[in-house]
Design a protein around this ligand. Structure first.
Ligand code: NAP
Length: 263
């Protein structure tokens, strides 16, 4: 059994991970950490009834009870670097869904992981459909370099653009074999054309009601190709998170993107 500790266990994603780990063959929940819900019963907090596991305030408190095999982190961009550093320095594997790590921070974490022998994954999106959308978008970019991304999320999301939109744009820009045509529009309202990543425009929509959605629009001569993915429920991320908890036990290194764990 792989012992899993969930950091951010009382949050929207963390509580879904707790429920999924409890139901998953081969995984064993060994605890939860959450700053706001520390000291409370984990089962009661996530609405499955008393389960006798007290939520710890810090990773250090949880580790004092015994080290897990894997940490799943869905906390906040403000704390993710320090969390990941602490976990990897302790030689524990980590699966990171929290957004906000910079490329430089990921590189530093990979260095720590190499030294301690721990493994890790940072995935801006754990939904299989979203990962496939990124893969296909990169392929299409080879032939249709003019593209825009529209990502739509709930209004409580911490950051913009989403990590998925950023990674999609990075993969598309890297796959391009020709430059996109110039955008000649002049903005009369600053920012109305969205943000740019290497010639790819990204628009971030934030409204109550959305979960996580993304469209990629490719423009050609007399034709438009549109791809769309919708995560309608946080459950859509769970198969990817469960897979990652198992794969990080054997796949060496600290990697970026769930595609690294797909055959
Ligand atoms: P959330 O509902 O706010 O949950 C975060 C939880 O972490 C809260 O309970 C929060 O407590 C707790 N927390 C904050 N700082 C902490 C710390 N230092 N130690 C322990 N717990 C701490 O947020 P969410 O919607 O679950 O999202 C969490 C992260 O996952 C975000 O970065 C989001 O963008 C990302 N996300 C990723 C994916 C993916 O597929 N990769 C999908 C959805 C979301 P308080 O409320 O008391 O601060």
């Amino acid at each position: 059994m792989i012992r899993v500790l969930v950091n951010g266990a009382a949050g929207r994603m963390g509580s879904e991970v707790v429920r999924s780990v409890l139901a998953e063959d081969g995984l064993e929940l060994c605890g939860g950490v959450d700053i706001g819900a520390a000291g409370k019963d984990l089962g009661e907090v996530i609405g499955i009834g008393h389960n006798g596991m007290t939520i710890d305030k810090t990773l250090k408190d949880a580790f004092a009870k015994g080290k897990p095999d894997v940490i799943v982190d869905f906390t906040s961009p403000k704390v993710i670097y320090e969390n990941a550093k602490y976990v990897l320095e302790n030689g524990v594997n980590i699966v990171i869904g929290t957004t906000g790590l910079t490329a430089k921070q990921r590189e530093e974490l990979a260095g720590i992981a190499e030294k301690t022998g721990a493994n890790g994954l940072v995935a801006p999106n754990f939904s299989l459909g979203a990962v496939l959308l990124m893969k296909v978008s990169a392929e299409i970019s080879k032939y249709m370099p003019n593209a825009e991304i529209i990502e739509l999320h709930h209004n409580h999301k911490y950051d913009a653009p989403s990590g998925t939109a950023k990674l999609t744009a990075e993969k598309m820009a890297a796959a391009r074999t020709m430059e996109p045509e110039a955008d000649e529009t002049k903005e009369s309202l600053p920012g109305v054309r969205g943000g740019k990543y290497e010639g790819i425009t990204i628009h971030s929509v934030r409204l109550p009601g959305y979960v996580a959605h993304q469209e990629v629009l490719f423009g050609g001569y007399g034709e438009i190709l549109t791809l769309r993915h919708d995560s309608l429920d946080r459950k859509s991320f769970m198969p990817g998170v469960m897979l990652a908890c198992k794969k990080c036990m054997t796949v060496k290194g600290f990697v970026y993107g769930l595609e690294n764990y797909l055959e």
